[in-house]
Design a protein around this ligand. Structure first.
Ligand code: PLP
Length: 395
């Protein structure tokens, strides 16, 4: 392994060389069933022919021009995103963190443009993850990610998810700008916020002139069986960050907002060299067309129903290994009794790739077009992993 990479990742000892659909091929010839999908990113599996073609076609035309010019693909994708969401306007980024950063800036600038510059506080929650920029780590407030990077940024408040009293009081504060939350926490261990809580939160924000930001970087774009996770609750945000599956594996993110929420985002308020470049937009459009199809979303609901039911069966048979099954759609969390990192290694021994998560979970985040047969195979491999875990724990 090269010593020239910053040691910030805890990498699995798998050298991946190619992929196809839900299969990932390693240099040593092992073929894995991939229920990580680039952490909910390769939503249509590896090397989806329509995405590959879109990238090749665009590569032959134009890669980059800068946002000082009109980019037709951006206008087209923004039109589609707005047609299928609460939003009126979109800013394209290269990543989820940048989409979150834009969301935070949009919220504060809204209040400044409204003549209330004192409204700067952003309310976030424990267990959340919003990315790695300074804004994102301060919004999530996870001590593991903020410590050692100097003083915390002012204007970020952390609350316990589910502490309604504290939340209501914080929203009523005259210095509050926005609340940011993931409708289904991803990295925190597949924790879905109850629909009734989202509706209550929406009401409190509206009543107090506070903006509601959803981070749907992981839970959006079909992952939960609707295009946007918050659609299950009917409580729309004012601003939303999305990324990951939006490019099907190509780096892209987007910050969506209502015209009112984005009223401060005028010329020169924000920008990006690469965000929304023609290559990303071509793949984004192809990916968006496939993911937003009713068949894709129906498949998520069908396969998710099957997986969750089977995992509950495994929980009954392996109560010493599985503590809880949770999440929404194909953002599934399995809370374990043995250490989740060890379990991930034992799963790899069965040629199954699963992602880690907070609260000692492993997450199953397969491509949204996973077939029933592949799902059955994932369950078989998961059960063999539970058996192996039982053996290791007894040893
Ligand atoms: N927000 C959420 C909910 C995420 O899950 C992630 C990444 O895992 C991010 C933001 C950051 O996205 P990126 O890694 O593309 O910057």
């Amino acid at each position: 392994m090269s010593g020239h990479l910053m040691g910030v990742y805890n990498r699995a000892p798998v050298e991946v060389v190619s992929g196809e659909g839900a299969r990932l091929h390693a240099a040593d010839g092992t073929v894995y069933l991939d229920c990580v999908a680039g952490i909910a990113t390769n939503a249509l599996g590896h090397r989806h022919p329509k995405l590959v073609q879109a990238l090749k076609d665009q590569a032959d035309k134009l890669w980059h021009v800068s946002n000082i010019f009109r980019i037709p693909g951006q206008e087209e994708l923004a039109d589609r995103l707005c047609a299928d969401s609460f939003a009126d306007v979109v800013f394209f980024t290269n990543s989820g963190s940048e989409a979150v950063e834009c969301a935070l800036k949009t919220a504060r600038k809204h209040h400044s443009a409204n003549g209330q510059p004192e409204r700067i506080d952003i309310i976030g929650f424990d267990g959340s993850f919003h990315g790695r920029t300074y804004g994102a780590i301060n919004a999530a407030g996870n001590p593991n990610y903020v410590e050692g990077f100097g003083p915390r940024l002012p204007g970020y408040i952390q609350l316990k998810l589910g502490d309604h009293e504290a939340l209501k009081a914080a929203i009523e504060s005259p210095t509050t700008a926005a609340v940011i939350l993931e409708p289904v926490q991803g990295e925190g261990g597949a924790r879905a916020v109850p629909d009734a809580d989202l509706r209550q939160l929406r009401q409190w924000c509206t009543d107090n002139g506070v903006l509601l930001i959803y981070d749907e970087v992981q839970s959006g774009m079909g992952r939960t069986g609707k295009l946007w996770a918050h659609e299950w609750s009917g409580a729309a945000p004012d601003i939303m960050a999305t990324a990951k599956a939006l490019g099907g594996g190509f780096p892209i993110g987007a910050c969506l907002a209502t015209t009112e929420a984005a009223k401060g985002m005028t010329v020169a308020a924000h920008g990006s060299t690469f965000g929304g470049n023609p290559l990303a937009m071509a793949v984004g459009l192809a990916s968006y067309d496939e993911i937003s199809k009713p068949e894709t979303l129906a498949n998520v609901n069908d396969v998710s129903g099957y997986l969750v039911q089977q995992l509950h069966g495994l929980k009954e048979r392996y109560p010493d290994i599985i503590e809880d099954v949770r999440g929404k759609g194909l953002l599934i969390g399995v809370k374990l009794k043995p250490n989740n990192r060890e379990f991930m290694a034992w799963a790899r021994d069965q040629q199954l790739l699963v992602a880690g998560g907070g609260d000692n979970c492993v997450r199953l985040l397969p491509p949204l077009n996973l077939t029933r047969e592949e799902a059955a195979e994932a369950i078989e491999k998961f059960e063999r992993t539970c058996q192996a875990a039982r053996g290791k724990m007894a040893a």
